[in-house]
Write a protein that binds this ligand. Structure first.
Ligand SMILES: Cc1cc2nc3c(=O)[nH]c(=O)nc-3n(C[C@H](O)[C@H](O)[C@H](O)COP(=O)(O)OP(=O)(O)OC[C@H]3O[C@@H](n4cnc5c(N)ncnc54)[C@H](O)[C@@H]3O)c2cc1C
Ligand code: SF4
Length: 361
């Protein structure tokens, strides 16, 4: 079975809602998810942890575009008997299933998987780069918020916040940050170039954002949910009947539309990349290498994204080593100008690409 819903902006984060239901109804003893960490204890801003009550669960809400690993929580699940749910991006959920296939203890204890729709993962360097641009040294940062919620602004106007150890808070909209155009691929993990799972297909339930109008302009944020587990479906229906959660059924086409960019990048974009990116690896994917139907401008967009995702780490490392963040900013601004010209027809470059497209077809 597979059913899809859109929440009506009144339910808060749907992941947290479902996870809370699982805990409160005693269906699980713990939820493994990504929560803020103390950077002094391990140098990381986020890590996987297991929440066993609602307070801990709520402290871990919100999206974290930060690399993490599951080794610690898998150890804890092995060591502490109980039933667990794991929240994760598609590749992590798939890894959980593969691990469970070989580990009977984990298989018995991990009873639900809650998947997050995923565009790509960022590297931890992004936090430091945000710091450069907000005038904060990353060593002085105590907490990171990638997306502040503000009901008075469209949900797709991301605003990041860095909270400093001295209590100061710095905020900036993503579009004012050189690496803040999500689609351009700054600091993208290289594995994401070969990923074809957008909606966490192997999870019991998947959650995403409704990136179509009018929902993307609704500052409360609107989730889309794809449910595949009868038990979790029953929880949702119960919540709807009792008026504790407001969901409307939608079809698969609606969900697909909300993730149109993600599907383009990991269907036609992936088929194109398979032909030339990383010739040393030949992953088997649901799409085959091919690009005959793509125009030159579309190909250029995929090439540029690839260049930006690979080049941003190099430019960042060089700037850091030389103690000159300006090197990264200058490189980033140049690449962004090019990307925006090709992709959105912005500026003089955009006009030049439009002209070339009219001439060349
Ligand atoms: C790297 C990444 C890329 C994403 N890309 C897209 C996209 O392209 N399109 C889209 O529609 N949605 C994307 N999402 C999902 C989206 O940002 C929301 O997480 C999702 O819609 C659920 O929102 P919510 O308000 O219900 O979450 P909340 O109720 O706030 O709960 C979020 C839950 O997810 C957990 N969590 C946060 N980050 C991670 C992580 N990295 N790994 C494991 N658990 C985590 C939190 O601990 C919390 O329990 C992405 C998320 C991530 C982490
Ligand atoms: S795009 Fe795919 S490989 Fe990359 S983080 Fe998301 S699920 Fe994992």
């Amino acid at each position: 079975m597979e059913d899809s819903y859109r929440d009506r902006g009144s339910s808060g984060g749907m992941v947290s809602w479902v996870a809370a239901e699982l805990l409160q109804r005693g269906l699980v003893d713990g939820i493994a998810h990504v929560a803020p960490a103390d950077p002094d204890a391990g140098g990381r801003f986020f890590r996987y942890s297991i929440s066993r009550d609602l307070d801990a669960l709520n402290r871990g809400a919100k999206s974290r575009y930060y690399p993490v690993d599951m080794a610690g929580i898998l150890e804890e699940i092995r060591a502490v008997p109980g039933r667990y749910a794991i929240v994760g991006i598609p590749c992590f959920i798939k890894s959980v299933h593969l691990t469970c296939a070989q580990d009977t203890v984990l298989r018995e204890r991990i009873v639900f998987t809650l998947g997050l729709v995923c565009g790509h993962m960022k590297s931890r360097n992004m936090v430091e780069s945000f710091g450069w641009q907000m005038g904060v040294d990353v060593r002085d940062v105590a907490r990171v918020e990638y997306r502040l919620k503000d009901p008075s602004r469209p949900a797709n106007w991301y605003r990041a916040q860095l909270s400093c150890r001295n209590g100061e808070e710095r905020q900036q909209d993503w579009w004012h940050l050189v690496d803040g155009d999500w689609g351009s691929g700054f600091f993208q993990n290289s594995a994401c170039d070969f990923c074809d799972d957008v909606v966490a297909e192997t999870a019991d339930i998947s959650f995403g954002d409704a990136w179509v109008e009018p929902y993307s302009s609704d500052g409360r944020g609107t989730n889309v949910v794809v449910v595949r587990s009868p038990e979790i479906h029953a929880l949702l229906r119960n919540g709807m009947e009792q008026g504790r959660v407001a969901l409307s059924p939608v079809d698969a086409g609606f969900v697909r539309e909300t993730q149109a960019a993600g599907f383009r990048q990991r269907r036609e974009g992936l088929a194109y990349r398979l032909g030339w990116a990383r010739r040393d690896v030949k992953p088997r994917k649901r799409v085959h290498s091919g690009h005959h139907h793509l125009g030159w401008r579309r190909k250029l967009i995929y090439r540029l994204r690839y260049m930006i995702s690979r080049g941003s780490s190099g430019a960042f490392q060089l700037a850091k080593r030389l103690g000159r963040p300006g090197i990264f900013m200058a490189w980033g601004r140049l690449m962004l100008k090019l990307y925006h010209g090709v992709t959105y027809s912005r500026g003089r470059l955009g006009a030049a690409f439009d002209w070339a497209e009219r001439r060349l077809g």
